[in-house]
Design a protein around this ligand. Structure first.
Ligand code: FE2
Length: 230
């Protein structure tokens, strides 16, 4: 017997080894952003601090992060290579980027990045015990009985004997400091709940791909210089 698995979700993971001085500088800048938050009431007790909601959503324009973003760009090109998108035929834009800080049991709830195509998370500061990334499936292709692989009682009763790679609907991606993960922006993701974080710091961004030439091309965003503001 053979098992044929089709249509995967692909996430790439790589290391970015910045030197200690560069990392300390970025960490200090991010701590300062948190200190000078513009919308302090927005962060509830259980939620992590997210810079994009606090007035710091363009850190790719901040010089202290320049070298990091140069490295990130290389990985984004690798990601496009993986899914066979020709980067010579598209313009790639970082449209926004921000840092997150999780302290104690703070977490980032399930969400997706509606306004972009490719997203990433780079882990600037992370202890082994800090929360990892969780990704959620939405297609449930093998869920022959609707809802059965999302049901705690189905597991308790033993109808579903255990979760495995063929029935799982959410998965933990284990992350270490200096890792970057790149994934489709539409992927639902969160941080691991009920984990105690010791100032876990990550950096995320949203990336858009625009066709350099839209002639005879039905899908994809046409070049920005063809757009007209109304
Ligand atoms: Fe996210």
């Amino acid at each position: 017997m053979s098992i044929i698995n089709l249509f995967p979700l692909t996430i790439i993971k790589d290391k970015i080894n910045m030197n200690d001085n560069e990392k300390v500088k970025m960490i200090e800048e991010i701590r300062l952003m948190k200190k000078n938050s513009k919308n302090k009431d927005y962060q509830t007790q259980s939620n992590a601090w997210t810079g994009d909601t606090q007035g710091y959503e363009f850190i790719h324009k901040n010089k202290s992060f320049g070298k990091l973003f140069d490295e990130i760009k290389k990985r984004v090109l690798e990601y496009l290579k993986c899914v066979e998108i020709d980067n010579k035929l598209i313009d790639i834009y970082i449209q926004r980027s921000w840092a997150t800080i999780s302290e104690g049991e703070e977490r980032i709830k399930k969400h997706r990045h509606f306004q972009s195509h490719i997203s990433f998370a780079y882990y600037l500061k992370k202890n082994k015990e800090d929360s990892n990334l969780v990704v959620f499936d939405e297609s449930y292709k093998n869920e022959i009985m609707p809802g059965i692989f999302r049901s705690d009682t189905a597991l308790q009763k033993g109808i579903v004997k255990k979760m495995n790679q063929f029935n799982v609907t959410q998965a933990i991606v284990n992350i270490e400091e200096d890792d970057i993960v790149i994934f489709p922006s539409k992927t639902i993701h969160s941080t691991q709940p009920s984990k105690s974080n010791k100032e876990r710091i990550s950096i995320s961004a949203d990336i858009i791909c625009v066709a350099k030439d839209s002639k005879l091309l039905e899908m994809g965003l046409p070049p920005l210089n063809e757009w007209t503001r109304i």
